[in-house]
Design a protein around this ligand. Structure first.
Ligand SMILES: [Zn+2]
Length: 183
């Protein structure tokens, strides 16, 4: 679990204690996520995170929206796969950024990842086509027109083929961007 965030002008880093991996995200991407979350108060929304893996650490540079064909209800969300694929292709072409994580919202006071969320995460991490060592998950809990941010990192740990999946929350609290106005 964590508690330190490092603020710089345009990059925010969430670190675990000890030697655990970190997740960095640009302030612009974080603001975009907060806006998308608050624009959608009654149903879940979300999308993909793109950026790069640096060893076990994840650097997020852009976040997608859900797309026009997403399935959205107050307790369920499936992003528009084709829309997100095109978003990723565009980012890759422009900056070389790759698929590094997922984000979505909860709007019914569920303040942690659901069993379904964990299942999806495990499926991604055990998929040999991806071969992720670590993967970023941002959960935004939307309540009373406020957005609370939960940042998780999921990792493969242990020796192949008997690796296990570890999910650690690096941060829980307000969106850092909205609490750190430059003087
Ligand atoms: Zn969820």
């Amino acid at each position: 679990m964590l508690d330190t965030e490092t603020f710089s002008r345009d990059l925010i880093t969430f670190r675990s204690e000890g030697s655990g991996p970190s997740i960095s995200i640009t302030l612009a991407a974080l603001r975009n996520m907060e806006r998308l979350a608050l624009d959608c108060e009654d149903t879940e929304t979300g999308g993909i995170l793109v950026g790069r893996n640096a060893g076990r650490n994840v650097e997020v540079t852009d976040v997608s929206d859900a797309g026009p064909n997403a399935q959205q209800s107050s307790v369920h969300f499936v992003r528009d796969t084709e829309h997100c694929r095109k978003f990723l292709e565009r980012c890759y072409r422009e900056t070389g950024a790759d698929y590094v994580g997922e984000w979505h919202t909860h709007v019914v006071r569920l303040r942690h990842l659901s069993a379904g969320d964990i299942r999806t995460l495990v499926e991604i991490l055990i998929d040999p086509d991806y071969a992720f060592l670590s993967f970023a998950v941002f959960l935004v809990v939307v309540e009373d027109r406020k957005a609370e941010l939960h940042v998780y990192i999921a990792e493969r740990a242990g020796e192949e083929p008997f690796f296990r999946i570890e999910v650690v929350r690096l941060y829980k609290g307000p969106f850092p961007a909205s609490t750190t106005e430059q003087p």
